[in-house]
Design a protein. Structure first.
Ligand SMILES: [Zn+2]
Length: 115
């Protein structure tokens, strides 16, 4: 067996992760703004006091802009996995401050803050 014929190891698999969001596939990247990792989702669920309520005020192709329910301003987050298509203007959502998860009803998305 040649060296190149060996099975892919963890490092190979990790480096092969790539964004499939734009192709309509399930993204294998867990970078901020892409697929939500199970651990990220669980950590957010285990720290319920760090969710902040908000309302959707604008959506773009890959972005969701929210206004904090406390009235303390707005924030814009990017998610290439469809968050902007899963919300409606004015809809109440929650953002996990520490793990950057967006909750829309029962759905969860991995966020990247862009503004
Ligand atoms: Zn992606």
């Amino acid at each position: 067996m040649s060296h190149s014929a060996r099975a892919a190891g963890p490092v190979d698999v990790q480096s092969a992760a790539q964004c499939m969001c734009r192709l309509g596939g399930r993204c294998t990247s867990y970078d901020p703004g892409h697929a939500l990792h199970l651990v990220q989702s669980r950590l957010a669920a285990c720290t319920p006091t760090q969710w902040r309520d908000a309302f959707v005020v604008e959506t773009g192709d890959d972005t969701v802009t929210i206004r904090w329910a406390t009235g303390s301003g707005t924030a814009t987050f990017a998610n290439a996995a469809g968050a902007s298509h899963a919300v409606r203007l004015g809809e109440p959502v929650a953002v996990h401050d520490r793990y950057r998860v967006l909750a829309i009803g029962a759905a969860r998305f991995n966020l990247r803050e862009v503004g």
